[in-house]
Ligand binder design. Structure first.
Ligand code: HOZ
Length: 426
């Protein structure tokens, strides 16, 4: 039996301080029940909680930790940078170095701006698209999550989906009125929206990972690109999760689709707060001080985040992605065997080192089908796995992640725990 005394006591105190006891809703275990685990430290593929229990971590801080916890090169980069100053509010050489590394990996990002979170990146990219096109409406995907800017919280995935909130209180009708929502993987619905409205942009996670992980059907992203061109709207790829996760060039390289603007976060900041938006040079000319679209931040381009991001990107070569994919294939094969052996109806979705297990018999292609998967069963699976030392996303409509710190043994441990957990919940 796991000890939870210290986590329980901390949660008690945290509830007095923070709404729901947390500083981001998805951490509150609302979808799975029980008391959230308070983590004390992480090393490689493992985390330890405040009670001393240890877990193999397949959450990876919701995506950033592609090298695992406390990678020595990342820690060294942060330490040596911190000794020279943590923030200047002025330009540094590391911004140039990281910017060049990002552009080399994703040539569509001809010019970019560093911000402090994925939310800032998507909010700003949308503002730029509106400024550039002179249009105010935009299309987003049902269940797509692009952070918590007002207009983007309409029909959003991640925590809103987990909490079952179709809309967010405090978002005015005016802010939501410009958001046109269409289902993922549905070209007809998008074309209908384009026919009905003049839109500035389509903002889309090319591989949605906030309604669980769902791959685009063949040709879908290309046809979205074509529609954007035909209707003179910008295509914004939210690659906060897929960027540097599914390959060095992100989903845009994987599917051969060049967006006009890209938003990054998570991995690119090496576990520190960082977001990036960028794209065609002429579009980025809209951004102040070159153009009239204002955007700013005291900690933008923060030296510690630049150093951490550079240290991570240096290690993400082709062999790193081959290794991640091999680990992903091992996990997928093991889980599929476990499902067959236990007779549990579930779908394992995987792209490289990102995955979701949907508890349902039908295939999941969009938000509507994702929401039909059995969340109660996922909750039981989650706790059975936690008790077996495996830390997963505390909600089915999210993605799990494998890191380069995971070894074959860790994947086998995940599979063995899954087999027992599936048999128990069946
Ligand atoms: N955007 C993350 C994945 N859904 C969750 C992070 C958070 O909301 O705390």
């Amino acid at each position: 039996m796991r000890k939870t005394t210290v986590s329980d006591a901390l949660f008690e105190r945290a509830q007095n301080l923070f709404p729901g006891g947390v500083n981001s809703p998805v951490r509150a275990f609302k979808a799975v029940g029980g008391t959230p685990v308070f983590l004390a430290r992480g090393q490689g593929a493992r985390v330890w909680d405040a009670d001393g229990n240890s877990y193999l971590d397949f959450l990876g801080s919701w995506g950033p930790l592609i090298l695992g916890h406390a990678d020595p090169d990342v820690v060294a980069a942060i330490e040596s940078t911190a000794r020279r100053g943590t923030s200047f509010g002025a330009s540094t050489d590391r911004e140039v170095l990281l910017g060049e590394a990002i552009r080399a990996a994703m040539p569509s990002m001809e010019r970019m701006r560093f911000v402090s979170s994925g939310t800032e990146a998507t909010m700003s990219a949308l503002r730029v698209a509106r400024g550039y096109t002179g249009r105010h409406r935009f299309i987003k995907i049902d269940g797509g999550y692009h952070g918590h800017a007002d207009a983007l919280l309409v029909s959003a995935g991640s925590g809103l989906a987990t909490l079952g909130l179709p809309a967010c209180a405090g978002v005015t009708e005016g802010a939501a009125a410009d958001t046109i929502v269409v289902p993922f993987n549905d070209e007809t619905a998008m074309r209908t929206a384009f026919d009905a409205y003049q839109v500035a942009a389509v903002i889309i996670e090319p591989i949605p990972a906030n309604m669980g992980l769902i791959a685009p059907k063949p040709g879908y992203l290309k046809s979205v690109r074509q529609m954007c061109d035909a209707y003179r709207a910008l295509l914004i790829f939210d690659e906060v999760i897929s960027g540097f996760r599914v390959g060095r060039g992100g989903a845009q390289a994987l599917f051969g689709v060049r967006p006009d603007l890209t938003c990054l976060g998570k991995i690119v900041g090496g576990g520190l707060p960082l977001g990036v938006f960028g794209g065609q040079s002429v579009i980025m000319s809209e951004v102040a001080p070159e153009g009239p679209v204002y955007q700013a931040g005291t900690l933008s381009g923060n030296p510690l985040a630049m150093a951490a991001g550079l240290a991570v990107l240096r290690k993400l070569d082709q062999s790193a992605y081959e290794r991640l994919d091999a680990l992903g294939r091992r996990l997928e094969a093991g889980i599929k065997d476990a499902l067959a052996a236990t007779g549990v109806a579930a779908q394992l979705h995987r792209v490289g080192s990102a995955f979701t297990l949907f508890f349902c018999a039908e295939s999941v292609t969009d938000f509507a089908s994702a929401k039909r998967a059995d969340t109660g069963r996922y909750a039981r699976f989650f706790h059975e796995m936690l008790d077996r030392g495996i830390y997963l996303p505390p909600a089915q409509l999210e993605a799990g992640f494998i890191s380069l710190a995971h070894q074959e043994d860790d994947i086998d441990a995940f599979v063995a725990a899954s087999r027992e957990a599936l048999a128990t919940i069946h």
